[in-house]
Design a protein. Structure first.
Lengths: 167, 176, 368
């Protein structure tokens, strides 16, 4: 991917990621998160990882965030906009996130291979969907099945909980 | 007392809805087909096709002044229509006939006779009340104009719409 | 960078959107009005131009010249954003659909990516934002209810939409839409793979899950595009105008066009997945009866004519499906909301799941 596109989408991801926190309006925050996800998906696609990029859009931007928005819309937004900023919480929160950021930077800097140049992408595009499928069903078949069962249990659990008579 | 509506017990075939959906679609397709092949004819395409020949005898269109066979304007400006008109659409300014006129004994004639067609409600009261059989509701229904002034029918216009009326009582003619 | 690819892609994008999709959208609105009128024994718009064919132009002029009014009580920024969000996903979806074979050696698909149909689902799932934001920003109860209904409906039917196409990918082993069309050219259309190969039991068996898939997918597309009998988000009798109650002039027109564009991309998807894409079998006699088809590979003008013929074939199929959409709309009454949800979650979801199982069994035990 040309560097220009990379910087554009990276900036988009970061700026809208920050906007999620900075916006007072919850709807604006949710939509900023969607844009951030879209920027991330574009970055994945720039690495020829179409499958992950698309799943990012499909699952997060298309399904999860719609549900978020759905719930947020049912709230009283004015109360949220009127709420006063708690100075201590802001300072404390920024300090903690800054500390976490510094920590991650330090850890990444020490990682093996973090200073190496990554090999260039192969000129002929690989079929990443097929690769992921083969990997998932050949090498990680058992974990995959276990996750499937887990999701099934969660689904049934939700149905049982929502069907139970309120006493 | 509450009325319990008994829901019909649907058979298996009715409950999957598919036969009903398909038969409904066949019905609409039949209508579409009949329209395309011109077998259904419901709409009358107005400016090209007109309703005139289907107009019933009692149709009440635009009110108009008539002349009789002798060419006399039958209105004597008695102003009864002006008084009876519910929306007060009629305005008459009477004039006096000169002494040397053939019908001088009628004495009055409408100098001006305006009907405001924006106000007119086509009730036909003017026709009913007229003692002279001078005003009739004709079958004209397309009354149009670009301004309010256009919509006021003056005497000339009313006479033009009215034309000559046959078979009315000619009470002002000289007796034999 | 390869400038040839950029240039041809740009031409394909502009050509598809401005020469095909947008005229098709406006003429599907015209067709909707005309066909609905004919079904109801009326005549429909027949005044502007011969048989009313210039009606879309008159509509466009009317929409553009109307006062662009913003009500005082709305959330202005989102109110203006929503129509754009409704229009963009509907058009962006067409990018991966192969709408023709080749023209002058250029494949007639804008972006032939290997996740084809997932891209379609991903972009289509973004379409709900336009409706939800329109409903919310209008700051009025009927649009809000319309927006809420729409989002829950679209989420519900996306499941069956996604599950319905899995049998096809089990069979083809690819997500790339061009590969699916190629497979159908070689092995018969998904909806009826046995045609031309009548004695092949395996293909007859395979047709069963494919037909179920086709039905579930088509119904889900109806629900996704908010078409009757699933047009609950804008049910006039209950919600005034639904999510676009507060919209007027060109902003309303964008919602309207977005809906029809979504219909066209949905039909294009059905055609690509089940009805053979741009492929049209032509019977021929060459020392024995067999089927042949036209490609755009030939030399000179024959190649160009073939390529154009294939594009015409594809959009002809799409137009036929659009007529079916219209036909269904003017036949069926609207579902009740609980019926809609029951249908989505209890019937189509289960049918699609069982269908995947069935298709997998057949592919495993009766391989081609």
């Amino acid at each position: 991917m040309p560097a220009l596109l990379f910087w554009t989408f990276a900036a988009m991801t970061l700026v809208f990621g920050a906007a999620v926190v900075l916006n007072r309006n919850p709807i604006a925050s949710a939509l900023s998160l969607v844009l951030s996800f879209l920027g991330l998906a574009a970055l994945f696609m720039g690495l020829d990882a179409f499958f992950i990029g698309i799943i990012q859009v499909l699952v997060y931007a298309g399904a999860v965030m719609v549900l978020f928005l759905f719930i947020i819309m049912l709230f009283d937004l004015r109360a949220e906009e009127r709420r006063r900023i708690n100075r201590v919480a802001v300072v404390g929160g920024s300090a903690v996130s800054l500390a976490l950021f510094v920590q991650i930077c330090l850890v990444v800097a020490e990682l093996r291979g973090s200073h190496d140049q990554f090999p260039a992408l192969p000129a002929t595009r690989t079929d990443d969907v097929r690769d992921i499928g083969l990997l998932l069903f050949n090498n990680f078949n058992l974990p995959f099945q276990i996750i499937g069962v887990l999701v099934l249990v969660a689904t049934i659990g939700v149905i049982v909980l929502s069907k139970r008579e309120l006493r | 007392m509450a009325i319990t509506v008994r829901r019909p017990n649907l058979s298996w075939k009715e409950r999957i809805y598919l036969p009903a959906i398909l038969s409904g679609m066949v019905i609409t397709m039949r209508h579409l087909k009949n329209m395309i092949f011109g077998r259904t004819k419901v709409t009358m395409e107005y400016p090209e096709e007109k309703w005139d020949s289907h107009m019933p005898e009692h149709y009440r269109g635009a009110p108009a002044l008539v002349r009789d066979v002798a060419g006399r304007i039958r209105c004597v400006a008695c102003q009864l229509c002006e008084f009876i008109c519910p929306p007060r659409a009629i305005k008459i300014i009477p004039g006096e006939l000169p002494g040397d006129d053939k019908f001088a004994k009628v004495e009055k004639y409408p100098n001006e006779f305006d009907i405001d067609m924006i106000r007119c409600i086509y009730c036909g009261m003017c026709e009913e009340v007229c003692p002279e059989q001078a005003i009739f509701l004709r079958k004209d229904y397309a009354i149009t104009g670009f301004t309010r002034e256009d919509m006021v029918h003056d005497k000339e216009k009313l006479l033009e719409i009215g034309g000559v009326m046959h078979g009315v009582v000619l009470k002002w003619n000289e007796k034999k | 960078m390869n400038y040839f690819i950029i240039l041809t892609s740009l031409m394909k994008i502009l050509g598809v959107i401005f020469l095909i999709i947008l005229p098709m959208v406006s003429y599907s609105v015209y067709a909707e009005r005309r066909v609905s009128a004919l079904i109801q024994d009326r005549l429909g718009p027949n005044r502007v131009g011969p048989a009313g064919l210039f009606q879309p132009v008159a509509d466009a002029v009317k929409f553009l010249l109307k006062e662009d009014f913003t009500p005082a009580h709305v959330n202005t920024f989102y109110y203006w954003l929503a129509p754009c969000l409704a229009m963009v996903p509907a058009i962006a979806t067409i990018a991966v659909v192969p709408f023709g074979s080749t023209l002058l050696g250029v494949p007639m698909v804008i972006a032939d990516i290997n996740v084809g149909v997932l891209y379609v689902f991903a972009i289509a799932s973004l379409g709900v934002y336009g409706i939800v934001i329109a409903g919310w920003s209008s700051n009025s109860k009927y649009p809000f209810l319309g927006g809420v209904r729409s989002s829950s409906q679209m989420i519900s039917y996306e499941l069956s939409l996604g599950l319905a196409v899995i049998p096809i990918f089990l069979l083809v082993g690819q997500l790339r839409l061009t590969e699916i069309v190629r497979y159908q050219i070689e092995h018969g259309w998904m909806i009826a793979p046995f045609i031309g190969d009548w004695l092949n039991v395996q293909k007859w068996l395979l047709a069963i899950p494919m037909f179920v898939s086709f039905c579930v997918f088509t119904v889900a597309i109806f629900a996704e595009t908010n078409r009757l009998p699933f047009d609950l988000p804008e049910a006039e009798t209950e919600l005034v105008g639904g999510y676009h109650t507060e919209y007027g002039s060109m902003k309303f027109a964008l919602f309207f066009l977005g809906e029809y564009a979504a219909m066209i991309t949905g039909s294009a998807l059905i055609v690509t997945l089940f009805l053979g894409g741009w492929h049209l079998p032509i019977p021929s006699w060459n020392g024995g009866f067999h089927w042949t088809y036209i490609t755009g590979d030939a030399e000179g003008w024959r190649g160009i004519a073939g390529g154009l013929f294939n594009i015409a074939t594809f959009f002809g199929k799409v137009a036929m499906l659009l007529l079916v959409f219209i036909w269904v709309r003017w036949t069926l009454p609207r579902f009740r909301y609980d019926q809609l949800m029951r249908l989505g979650w209890v019937f189509f979801f289960e049918i699609a799941l069982v269908n995947i199982f069935l298709a997998a069994l057949m592919i495993a035990y009766f391989p081609a």
